[in-house]
Design a binder for this molecule. Structure first.
Ligand code: CP
Ligand code: NVA
Length: 316
């Protein structure tokens, strides 16, 4: 949505989910609480989005995010129109602003998976309807909210929970840091030199962690990061759009593979998370993916409940 007053209407401007940092720690807690209720009592929310239409703009492939938004919107009584931009970037056929000004006349919200965070922000600045980040190069907030919802379900609480992320300091890592810090978790990140999370994201997370008594720690050695951790999390080494670098990245990240040896350093009750899709034999072994410690499909399921909670918060 635009942050300025609309020139043609007095409809109050609503909020967006662009980074995951726009919501305060209590608001994030409330979101987790709502997701739990949505999961436990889905019938209570049937019809909450009746008569509401959303546009889903995706510049990159997706299984989980697309399906969970489409199923989530339908199960709340709303409708979604999928705009496939995997072959043409947003802004190529017409300006991002004109897309925003058009969509706001027909729909009540936009869910966008874009290459650039700046394009998402431009979309939001020009649309007087909520815009939800379904992944950009910089953040994946829907993922991180679902991840911490999953961890709260599993462990019963998040304060001080030791979450070790091993791998690329990418969009998933950034959102894990910023959401984890707001929930009081102890987020540890181990990345090879040159692939660390952005320092501005780390500083924001450290500031947020001061208020929640959480902790943000960076490591060079994956083994140091996972020692005693209750959660080991990883993501692909080559994100969508970086395919030309995959050979170089496979070499740089070789020591980051989550395998049984690495897992033996974690706490006895440790679980494995991965946003998926996973590359078995690369960032994680088959044995860890399929072990009883892996809760990756609970995590994937919870994308649905969490995104319904996000839609209810922003649109109902
Ligand atoms: N984790 C995630 O966002 O998956 P998709 O890329 O399949 O949507
Ligand atoms: N970091 C990955 C996440 C996929 C859900 C990517 O951006 O491709």
């Amino acid at each position: 949505m635009a942050t300025t007053t609309a020139s043609t209407t007095t409809i109050p401007l609503q909020t967006d989910l662009l980074t995951g940092m726009e919501w305060s720690a209590p608001q994030v807690r409330e979101l987790l609480h709502l997701a739990a209720d949505v999961k436990a009592r889905p019938d209570r929310y049937r019809g909450a989005l009746a008569g509401r239409f959303l546009a889903l703009i995706f510049e990159k492939p997706s299984l989980r995010t697309r399906v969970t938004f489409e199923v989530g919107i339908a199960s709340l009584g709303g409708s979604a129109t999928f705009l496939d931009h995997t072959l043409s970037h947003l802004g190529e056929r017409e300006s991002v602003a004109d897309v925003a000004h058009s969509l706001e006349r027909w729909t009540h919200g936009i869910v966008a998976r874009l290459f650039h965070q700046t394009a998402l922000e431009e979309l939001a600045q020009n649309a007087r309807i909520p815009v939800i980040n379904a992944l950009t190069d910089r953040y994946h907030p829907c993922q991180a909210f679902a991840d911490f919802f999953t961890l709260e379900e599993h462990f019963g609480g998040l304060r001080g929970l030791k979450v070790a992320y091993v791998g690329d300091g990418n969009n998933v890592c950034h959102s894990l840091l910023s959401v984890g810090a707001r929930l009081g978790a102890n987020v540890r990140v181990a990345s090879p030199v040159g692939y660390e999370p952005d320092s501005a994201v780390v500083s924001d997370a450290r500031r947020a962690a001061r208020d929640t008594r959480g902790k943000v720690e960076l490591f060079e050695s994956p083994n140091d990061a996972v020692t005693g951790a209750q959660v080991i999390y990883t993501d692909v080494w080559t994100s969508m759009g970086q395919e030309a670098e995959s050979a170089k990245r496979a070499e740089a990240f070789a020591a980051c593979q989550v395998n049984e040896e690495m897992f033996s350093l974690a706490a006895p009750d440790a679980v494995f998370l991965h946003c998926l899709p996973a590359h078995r034999g690369m960032e994680v072994t088959e044995a860890i993916m399929d072990s009883p410690r892996s809760i990756v499909f609970d995590q994937a399921e919870n994308r649905l409940h969490m995104q319904k909670a996000i839609l209810l918060t922003l649109l109902s």
